[in-house]
Design a protein. Structure first.
Length: 253
């Protein structure tokens, strides 16, 4: 199965004896499973204050280690990782490598997306893949999966509010990483007051539109697919009929 091009992605090659241990001390998830062989781990790099900077897939293809990241974040991520590198035996370099993805039977060499089974498989290298045809936005809305630059905003988002725990993007037993203390405090709250939800919409409202409950701000719209959308919500204000611009909005999940 050929799959389709994963557009808007960039690949950074990761090498050196310290490559995985270097990431282990920086990012939200545990890199040690990749020491055992091929696989993918989803993780985020945070500010010291616990805010999101970038999310990416760290990949062991069996032949090389890769970082699969949104193209718009790749230059900043490469610069920041290089800054943290210091004297570690780590190499980082952009690669011109095709990324394909698909659903159903996976081709040889493909790896399952670790976030959710509905996201299918990803492959690195080999045939470029066909033109995008799968409605990934509908899949993400159905399963509450955030997207870089839409639900995940650098210097603003918190990964627990974006569903990273449910989607296997954070490990609370791995030890210290940048932003770990704030993330751990949020985890041990009684419950989060804000987070990712799914809403139903009647009317026109684009991603980024504020959601209101009466005169109080209740959230902001994210990815939209048909009459449903993701939204970052303040849960105590997200009951009953809401509005986003001229559209009517109701929380589904």
């Amino acid at each position: 199965m050929q799959g389709e091009r994963a557009e808007g992605r960039a690949v950074i090659g990761l090498g050196g004896a310290d490559a995985l241990s270097f990431l282990q001390g920086l990012v939200s998830n545990d890199m040690r499973p990749l020491e055992r062989g091929p696989g993918i781990v989803w993780a985020a790099l945070l500010t010291p204050q616990g805010k999101y900077l970038a999310d990416f897939l760290v990949v062991n293809t069996g032949e090389q280690l890769l970082i699969d990241v949104a193209a718009e974040l790749a230059p900043g991520l490469l610069k920041r990782l290089s800054m943290y590198r210091l004297r570690a035996a780590v190499t980082l370099a952009p690669l011109d490598l095709a990324v394909t993805r698909g659903l159903g039977e996976a081709p040889v060499g493909a790896l399952s997306d670790p976030r959710h089974p509905a996201l299918g498989w990803r492959r690195y290298g080999g045939p470029e893949g066909g033109a995008p045809a799968i409605d990934w936005d509908a899949i993400r809305v159905e399963h509450l999966i955030p997207e870089t630059g839409i639900e995940l905003i650098p210097e603003d988002s918190y990964i627990l509010e974006a569903g990273f725990e449910r989607l296997h993007g954070v490990d609370f037993r791995k030890g210290c990483y940048v932003g770990q203390e704030v993330t751990a405090r949020m985890k041990h709250k009684t419950e989060l007051r804000k987070g990712l939800g799914r809403v139903r919409i009647e009317g026109e409202a684009a991603p980024g539109t504020l959601i209101w409950s009466g005169e109080k701000e209740a959230g902001v719209l994210g990815t939209r697919s048909g009459n449903r959308a993701l939204a970052h919500l303040r849960f105590d204000r997200a009951e009953g009929e809401l509005r986003a611009g001229t559209a009517r909005v109701w929380r589904e999940a």
